[in-house]
Design a protein around this ligand. Structure first.
Ligand code: SF4
Length: 486
């Protein structure tokens, strides 16, 4: 491992983005062995969205390189900009796209502004500062101030364009960040894990950092400890998982009382969870039956949705139909996978009919799902299709959230209660080891962009269906475990 020498390398736009996400990530990107990274579908999804948004924005083919500026091209790509900050730090950026506007620069009666692509519904700090970073570099080259940049994004209603003014505040924030980045990446050791570990799900260093967190018993490993609570626990002198497990509930409750009732009330829950994680033995929280609805059920439907959140499109409603055997036992050998694929965005009426039929055909079967997504999406779709509250209630009364029931009755030795984590603890393995919702979405987008789209049969679609079926089976595995303890 080599330590970065202060000022010996330029700070790039990539380092800036990494640092905004997590200071540790910027350090690891520069100093750790890249082979320890894992491939993350989020980056591929981001690039796909970027490509589509830029394609929608451009009227003509952009010109490549600095010659484009000299020729006064409408749009320029493929430029590497270099510069220095007032503190003498070298910086380097590779703007996505630059657009010509009226004005005055060293090339003539025009100048350029930078353009970035937004993912999601709002402009993040990362986007704002990378745009300002490109603007700052660009003004050193074109010898005229860059007053604003554009953030574009292709959404379900077309291209959205937002103007970001480079205020004194943004410029100050950028220069201050660069100063702090230089300090952080010059350290001999990596910064601590981010306190908001949710971010790690999108990061290519996830496995590397998960190992470290588990080895060190980091507090963020305890279910229920997010960024804020971790800080509070540290403030009252609890530094790791084993210390939390050995604390008395009264002591912790008293120490946390100054931060509000909610933190005080959760003290014993956190301690119990930490103990379960250390002892590796599940703890029962409620003696009552958790899945009474299944006691006399002849069968169940297990439901899992795959969606494209940017396009607000649920592209797959996956069901497994599981009938009870004659001897009253449950067996996955009887399972039938029955997916409903939603190929078009504007096909909702047809999809709704199919969903209603599915529920009608298996009219007495409870509908099992993991988490809130399925019920929420089903409800919204029903509303859009004009169903009355009464009709919706009649249908959704059969829905059972296995995640909620599990948490009501059990504490498990897992760092979070996501379907992946819990089912893996139960030794269930997905057919494709690294598959997840983001990867399924990537397969969906790749399929839609491919030549195979017409025949509705393809390897990518098969992968999506396989993944969704595995999610349904994993949901059943959790339900089956709960049943085994009733
Ligand atoms: S996995 Fe988490 S802690 Fe590690 S670098 Fe990424 S975001 Fe930071």
């Amino acid at each position: 491992m080599t330590s970065h020498i202060l000022g010996s390398k330029a700070i790039t736009d990539r380092i800036l983005c990494s640092w905004i996400r997590c200071k540790r990530k910027a350090w690891l990107d520069l100093n750790e062995n890249n082979q320890k990274k894992i491939w993350s579908p989020h980056r591929a999804l981001q690039l796909d969205h970027q490509h589509k948004s830029v394609e929608e924005f451009l009227q003509n083919s952009p010109q490549r390189g600095v010659q484009g500026f000299h020729r006064g091209a409408e749009e320029v790509v493929g430029v590497r900009l270099k510069g220095v900050t007032p503190l003498g730090l070298s910086i380097e950026g590779h703007p996505l796209l630059l657009q010509k506007i009226k004005g005055k620069s060293c090339w003539g009666a025009f100048s350029y502004i930078p353009i970035a692509v937004r993912q999601g519904h709002r402009v993040t700090r990362e986007k704002r500062l990378s745009l300002a970073f490109w603007g700052y570099l660009l003004e050193q080259l074109q010898k005229v101030e860059v007053k604003y940049g554009l953030v574009i994004s292709k959404g379900s209603n077309g291209l959205e364009v937002e103007k970001i003014i480079f205020t004194t505040k943004i410029k100050y924030e950028l220069l201050d960040s660069l100063k702090r980045i230089n300090k952080d990446i010059s350290k001999g050791d990596p910064p601590d894990l981010t306190s908001d570990r949710k971010k790690c799900n999108l990061c290519s260093w996830k496995d590397f950092c998960d190992k470290k967190a588990a080895q060190e018993g980091d507090l963020s490993e305890v279910n229920g400890v997010g960024a804020k609570r971790k800080n509070l626990l540290q403030e009252v002198g609890i530094r790791d998982l084993s210390q939390l497990a050995s604390t008395s509930s009264n002591n912790l409750s008293n120490s946390l009382s100054k931060y509000g009732e909610a933190h005080q009330r959760i003290a014993s829950q956190l301690i119990n969870q930490a103990r379960v994680q250390i002892n590796l033995v599940p703890k029962r929280l409620a003696e009552k039956m958790l899945l009474t609805e299944l006691k006399f059920a002849e069968g169940v439907l297990i439901y899992d949705i795959e969606s494209d959140p940017d396009a607000k499109h649920d592209f797959l409603h996956g069901f497994i139909c599981l009938r009870r055997q004659k001897n009253r036992k449950w067996s996955l050998a009887n399972a039938e996978y029955k997916p409903i694929l939603n190929f078009e965005y504007d096909n909702e009426e047809k999809i709704w009919k199919k969903l209603k039929n599915r529920l009608k055909t298996f009219k007495n079967f409870p509908v099992l799902h993991y988490g809130e997504t399925e019920l929420r999406s089903f409800y919204k779709l029903a509303k859009r299709q004009g169903e009355s509250e009464e009709e919706i209630k009649e249908m959704t009364i059969r829905f059972i959230d296995i995640h909620a029931r599990l948490k009501e009755g059990w504490m498990l030795p897992v760092s979070n209660y996501s379907l992946k984590n819990v089912a893996q603890w139960l030794k269930f393995r997905w057919t494709h080891r690294r598959s997840n919702g983001a990867r399924a979405l990537l397969w969906w987008r790749q399929w839609r962009g491919s030549n195979e789209i017409r025949n509705q049969k393809s390897k990518k679609l098969d992968l999506i269906l396989e993944y969704n079926k595995d999610d349904c089976i994993a949901t059943w595995k959790v339900a089956e475990w709960i049943l085994s303890k009733e």
